[in-house]
Design a protein around this ligand. Structure first.
Ligand code: PNS
Length: 172
């Protein structure tokens, strides 16, 4: 099987919320693939701050002017989502050694489930190596400033969420 000329790369994640580290990966991915499908996982088992609809809305707003980026929601297996899109490439960011075990396990499981798929790891910008959605949520919940770490509309929604409902997710 050859992976040459794969037009579509799928960048899956929880994106709760999207931060500038994710955005840097999307930008890099669009330099490699003609189309990058950002796949927002709906049923993560985690207790999300933003509902899948809210996460998709924020992301669509962000990439509205970029025809190379398509925002989709998915549930169930990632490989089923890939098949539905007729895609074979999974894009993931690898920040540090601490990410390695989880990412390696997922990549191997996905290969086992769908042997013609391949996971491609992109390295994030070094200034965002420490950045994660979990830390962003925690900083905002504790009154800290995340300006520059998330896109401005996301920062506004984050602060509103923690002010209005003490961080409870909206019903979807
Ligand atoms: O941003 P995250 O939470 O690290 O993303 C994790 C994600 C969405 C990539 C992963 O949980 C996923 O692919 N879930 C779909 C379920 C699945 O396919 N599981 C088996 C393969 S490991």
């Amino acid at each position: 099987m050859t992976f040459m000329h794969q037009p579509v790369g799928v960048y899956p994640g929880s994106f709760d919320p999207i931060h500038v580290g994710h955005m840097a990966i999307v930008e890099r991915a669009t330099q490699i693939f003609s189309k990058v499908v950002v796949g927002i996982l709906e049923n993560s088992g985690k207790d999300p701050l933003f509902s899948p609809t809210e996460r998709a809305d924020m992301m669509r707003e962000l990439y509205a002017g970029n025809p190379a980026v398509e925002v989709r929601r998915f549930s169930g297996l990632l490989v089923s989502f890939l098949k539905e899109l007729d895609a074979k490439i999974i894009i993931r960011g690898m920040r540090a050694v601490s990410d390695f075990e989880y990412e390696f396990q997922m990549a191997l499981m996905n290969r086992r489930l769908y042997p013609s798929a391949e996971t491609v790891f992109l390295t994030p910008k070094e200034e965002y190596l420490y950045l994660s959605s979990k830390l962003v949520r925690e900083v905002v919940a504790l009154g800290g400033d995340v300006t520059g770490l998330v896109p401005e509309p996301v920062r506004v929604r984050l602060e509103a969420r923690y002010r209005s409902s003490k961080g409870r997710p909206a019903a979807d």
